[in-house]
Each structure stands twice: as structure tokens, then as C-alpha cells.
Write a protein that binds this ligand. Sequence first.
Ligand SMILES: [Mn+2]
Length: 338
Amino acid sequence: MTATESDTRLHSLLRALDGADNVLILTHNNPDPDAIASALAMKYLVQHVTSATATIGYRGIIGRAENRALVRYLEFPLQRVTLAEIDKAKTLIMVDTQPGTGNNPLTNERRIAAILDHHPKLDMPANADHVDIRPEIGAASTMLTQYVQAAELPLAQQLATALFYGISTDTMSLQRGTTNDDQKAFCALLPKVDFEAIARIETAALPQDYFSQLHKALRSARIYDSAVIASIGEMRYPDITADMADLLLRYRECRWAICLGVYKDTVYFSIRTQNKRGAGQLARKVVGSDGAAGGHGAMAGGQIPLNGRKSRNVINRLRKQFRLELGGSGKETGAKLV
Ligand SMILES: [Mn+2]
């Protein structure tokens, strides 16, 4: 990406924010490090290149111990917002997500100021004054780093550390869905990173229920050819399925790992694959019109609201579909992992 492209994008964003006085920056529900870092960088931009003030809002829960440690390190920059507060906000920016995807409260009907995202673009035209959707980019933090650089603003240690960690986690240290732009941003941030803070975040203390959910995931894991499928029942927070899928993917014989669970009347699942492709497609295929799905080649996820159905039935339906898609021989009962 050239400097001119970055400048053009920054100017388009600034035009979209012309006259704004309060900006609400929204990420996807249950924000991950990339979403948190991107929102923080957007707040920094808004407050330094426009005369507006900005707040960062999110829905859902920040559950993973690592994400909670990151938020603590950043001195709690996000606020949980109500749907009414989102409705009332005059100027809205979305980072690391798009309206209408189902992993945030916005539909595509509402016109918003800006969308900056690296997830696949939805089929409908984006309803925003500034639209920057680049699915090839590994992390939204890369895109935000480019904006801060184009604005020629200094990157303080805290923000650089957050953006660096956002790129690292979304790209698994630059090895998953990474472009030249991600590498450049990563290298530009590197000298400013507080690695002691990153070590503290990555080794954050885990609560007891992490281990009981890990136990459930392992006990339920079944092997179908090169796929491992696990479910953990009721979860304390939804992104535990992602943790477990990451772990299960490390099983030697595994090309695909899937973990399902239930949180607040919604079934969540995470898919990981060694094949580096097909995860997002699979997620969308099994969800169909029953819920929301998203993701990239190597990692994806979905959520299906129960709407009165028994979670066990929905999970069994999904497990069966995954088995038929990935199991090859289609055997009903896979071997136990442990
Ligand atoms: Mn992201």
C-alpha cells in the first residue's frame, strides 16, 4: 500500500467526521484484542485530528483472561453500551466489524459515519460515508496503524503495544492470512512495544472455570477422520470456544478443529483449520439463515440464537452437519480424543 492511498483513506475518514462532536466507536460483540486495539487507535485519531470527543462501546462480554488483562493494561478504555445508547449516538464508527453481520447490534439500515474492517464484505452495499473494507488484510490493527501513520501522529507505547498484540493474535504471529501491509505495520510498531506487558497479558491468571471448561471440551472431543469436534455446554463467556478450537487444532492428526458451546440462549461455535482455507465457508454453510457466521480461511465462527429450542438439539444438528462436511466416512460415533 502506498502513502497516497493511506492519505486518501484518512481524508475520506475525516470528511465523514466533518462537524461531528461526539463519536461512538463500536466493535464486534465480545471484542478480541484486534477489536480493542483498533477501537483505541480510532479514538486516538478522532481526538487528535478532529475536534470531536470519542467513546468506545461494546456489547457482550470481555471474557478471556488475556483480553481482560489487555483491557486492564490499557486502563479500561471501553464501556459496555446499551442498545438505546447506540440508537441515540449521532456519529457512529465501526471497527473490526460491519453492520449486518450479526456479531454487532447494527443492521445495514442505519447510515453511519465510517466502517473499517478486514472481514469479508457483505453482499449488500455498505451504508456509511467512509467505507474501508479490506478482507485480504490480517488484522484491523494493521489498517488503524496505517491511519495513525498517515495522520503523522506519534504512537505512544500503550497504543503501539495494543496494536502489535492485535496484529499478533489475529494473524497468529504473522502466519495466518497475512499481507505485506501487516508485516510493515508489525515492524513499524515493534520498537515501541512493551514486551513485558505482552508477557503479562499472554500469561494472565486463569480462573478455575477455565479448567473445568477445558476438561469438558476434552471429554466431549470426538475424532472423525481429520476433524476433531468438541462441545462444552453452558459457557461463562462465548470466546472460550475459540480457545478450545485453537488448542484442539494442535492434535497431531487434526486438520480441522471445532468447538461448540452455549452462552445466554445462543449456541456459539469456532472453527480452525490447518488447511488455511474453507473455515469461513463452512461456518456460513452450517449456519445458513439460522444465525450469523463469519471468518476467514483458517478461522471462523458462528452463532445461532436458540429461540426457544433446546440447546442440545441445535448442537447435535450442528455437530452432525460438521461431521458430514468433514468426516469423510460420515461415521456417527467418532473415537474419543481422551
Ligand atoms: Mn480482527
